[in-house]
Write a protein that binds this ligand. Structure first.
Ligand code: NCD
Length: 304
């Protein structure tokens, strides 16, 4: 399938070959500050949930390619007056060439793709899908290890509600890796996610403490407790602070272990790791730019 005009909704829709091709284009953009290949294009950033990296890196990526960006939020658009998502999307589709959407509601990105003639990119909807973050995560691993397979991958934290980590698991399990799913009991992977992985023959095992497995891991992907997804705040308070990664918790790790995190971090990842060689989360954030430049240029048919 071609990348031209393609919607990006779910990481499972992309083959390894398509992802490899995307990464080869991202490589070309790594050191490019400005290349005017999307001049005249207007991109809509429709963000109905908070975001720092995703929204800004899409905007920066677009601007580095010469495109213009309009930012639309729930707070300062007519959504606040009660306008429907359908009508909002209809307008953006009329005014812009590509729509990026983030929403707390599962399925919003697919809904947007159904409503809009122009391509739609899912910048995170609900608790399952954040496909472009997963692409960045794989690209980071490829750049660190020069391969994406034969690695022991630990995913640690809120595996129940974390869409970034769930999309990462879906992505990394396309390759031959062993996955260690580490979380407190209340934050384990949902049955539907586990069933899908098991039906695909993915090597995945569940653990309750990081200490049990830390010495085996090549990658430790940490994720924030998703406070805003808890229906009952009392349940959130019960698990708050139940997991944390600091230098001490990595004492038994392999020398080459890297710690990844989609960010934002709150209490689960301490700042003492930032200056160590294990820190890969800022690098991961940085790769958001070339990866999203590659994505926008392929979808909008730029001459690369
Ligand atoms: C994530 C998200 O919004 O799902 N952030 C991101 O895009 N890097 C992770 C999170 O909020 O914990």
């Amino acid at each position: 399938m071609s990348w031209l005009n393609r919607d990006v909704i779910n990481i499972n829709d992309f083959s390894k070959e398509e992802l490899e091709y995307l990464f080869s284009i991202a490589d070309k953009f790594i050191d490019i500050k400005y290349k005017e290949i999307l001049k005249g294009k207007i991109i809509a950033n429709l963000f109905l949930e908070p975001s720092t990296r995703t929204r800004i890196s899409f905007e920066v990526a677009a601007k580095r390619l010469g495109a213009d960006v309009v930012n639309v939020t729930g707070e300062y658009s007519s959504i606040k007056k009660g306008e429907s998502l359908y009508d909002t999307l209809k307008m953006l589709d009329t005014y812009c060439d590509l729509i990026i959407i983030r929403s707390p509601i599962e399925g919003s990105a697919q809904f947007a793709a159904d409503v809009c003639d122009n391509p739609v990119i899912n910048a995170g909807d609900g608790t399952l899908n954040h496909p472009t973050q997963a692409m960045i995560d794989l690209y980071t691993i490829k750049n660190v290890f020069s391969r994406i397979d034969n690695l022991n991958i630990g995913v640690y934290g809120d595996l129940k509600y974390g869409r970034a980590v769930i999309s990462f698991i879906m992505a990394i399990s396309k390759y031959n890796n062993k996955i260690y799913a580490i979380s407190p009991q209340q934050l384990k992977l949902r049955e539907e996610v586990k069933d899908e992985l098991l039906s695909r023959g993915v090597k995945i095992e569940e653990f309750s403490s990081l200490d049990q497995v830390i010495s085996e891991l090549d990658v430790l992907y940490v994720t924030r407790l998703q406070k805003e997804r808890f229906a009952d705040l009392a349940e959130y308070e019960k698990v708050r602070g139940s997991y944390r990664v600091d230098i001490k918790s990595l004492e038994k790790s392999k020398p080459h272990l890297i710690v990844m995190h989609p960010l934002p971090r709150v209490e689960e990842l301490t700042y003492d790791l930032d200056k160590t060689s294990k820190q890969a989360y800022f690098r991961q954030a940085k790769y958001g730019i070339p990866l999203r430049m590659a994505l926008l240029s392929l979808i909008l048919g730029a001459e690369i």
